[in-house]
Design a protein. Structure first.
Length: 387
């Protein structure tokens, strides 16, 4: 029993630490602001795309190397094509409305975004709704959740993963580089902090942590590589949707309304590892926003508002306005759609993007296409009305 307890505690601590790294990388990649995410969906900025492509490149390379070394790194959901499409579309809707994914909601909470708290509330409701409806859906529409065999694109093509994984890494990295050349964003090169305290100009880990925004090469590489130790050591991916179900299950237990499906999310150690991961994301994002930042003179700090031109000074400590009821309702609705879709698609957006895509998972390819396609269509229709 002691060995089991020690293992559980060790894995929880590791998951918390991995979440801190994820939260710092997420925040420093400039994606803690919902406006930045929506601007990417409107193709006005390419930060998220470059970060995603870099994560896919490093993830595919890391998984290929792990396969060659004989490590077991397999984290592919069974392909459920109809629900993958529906779930991806719902996640795309929630992605645009909240400007976040299920796990980056926690990052935005750490960054002090009030909307994220309302999105979390809506997400718990969405996760509970899916878990409650799932038995009825299986009974009445079995074809919607009909599972097909676990499959990767490489298996469909009849070749080893490495033969596709390495070319995928090179292609994704090359595309990210091409986008940087076509759409350079000067905010990555801010010089608010490029010197040590002695003025030598040496860039150290501490000074780089204090940079306002990291290059997408760095943020994406951290996210892509981070999945390997998580999968090998704890067998938990960089996802967040299970935490919403677990939170909802504990809330439902207060009213004595815990069904069999929800009960499964209360007694499995893996879900608590993911909850610790998400708690770490909150802490890491908070550290990046409050502790790992530049000290600037003159009472101003730089803004991410204009990423392609000069940064716009804004007062430090400027009071934020409270959200209107309409914006709170949109955040709740977005969180609801985000988690309803994540559960329907078997996992959340980051797991599909950072884990599934580098491993050439068919279900992830389908879900990602539906998610970003729907998000981009919503962005085109709604324009700049979402702020």
């Amino acid at each position: 029993m002691s060995d089991v307890s020690d293992t559980f505690l060790r894995d929880c601590v590791f998951s918390l630490g991995a979440g801190v790294v994820f939260g710092v990388a997420f925040n420093k990649s400039g994606l803690a602001d919902p406006k930045v995410v929506r601007e990417n969906l409107r193709l006005e900025r390419w930060t998220a795309v470059k970060t995603f492509l870099t994560a896919v490149a490093t993830g595919a390379a890391a998984v290929s190397v792990s396969n060659m070394l004989g490590l077991t790194v397999v984290y592919i959901r069974p392909s459920v094509t109809p629900s993958d499409i529906l779930g991806g579309a719902l996640m795309g809707t929630g992605l645009y409305l909240t400007g976040a994914t299920p796990e980056t909601v926690f990052g935005q909470i750490g960054n002090g975004k009030e909307k994220a708290l309302w999105a979390l509330l809506g997400g718990v409701a969405g996760a509970l709704t899916y878990e409650s409806l799932q038995p009825t859906i299986i009974d009445r529409f079995p074809q919607l959740l009909a599972r097909v065999p676990l499959v990767r694109t490489s298996e469909l093509m009849g070749v080893s993963f490495v033969k596709i994984g390495i070319p995928l890494a090179l292609a994704a990295g090359g595309l990210a580089y091409a986008l940087e050349q076509l759409f350079p964003e000067s905010i990555y090169r801010d010089r608010v902090v490029t010197e040590t305290d002695d003025g030598s100009g040496r860039v150290t880990l501490v000074t780089y942590l204090r940079k306002k925004v990291w290059s997408p090469w760095v943020g994406g590489a951290v996210l892509g590589i981070l999945q390997i130790p998580c999968l090998v050591l704890v067998r938990v991916g960089l996802g967040g949707s299970s935490s919403y179900v677990t939170l909802g299950a504990h809330l439902a237990s207060l009213f004595g309304r815990v069904g069999p499906s929800l009960r499964l999310n209360m007694g499995v150690p893996r879900v608590y590892y993911q909850m610790m991961l998400d708690c770490g994301i909150v802490l890491g994002s908070w550290l990046a926003a409050k502790k790992f930042r530049a000290e600037v003179k003159g009472g101003v700090t730089t803004s991410l508002k204009d990423a392609t031109g000069p940064t716009i000074p804004q007062p430090i400590g400027k009071p934020t306005q409270s959200l209107t009821p309409e914006k709170r309702a949109i955040a709740i609705l977005g969180g609801f759609a985000l988690l309803l879709g994540a559960r329907a698609a078997n996992t959340c957006t980051s797991a599909h993007s950072v884990l599934g895509a580098p491993q050439l998972s068919c279900t992830s390819m389908i879900a990602i296409a539906a998610m970003f396609g729907t998000g981009a269509m919503m962005a085109a229709q709604m324009g700049k009305r979402m702020k």
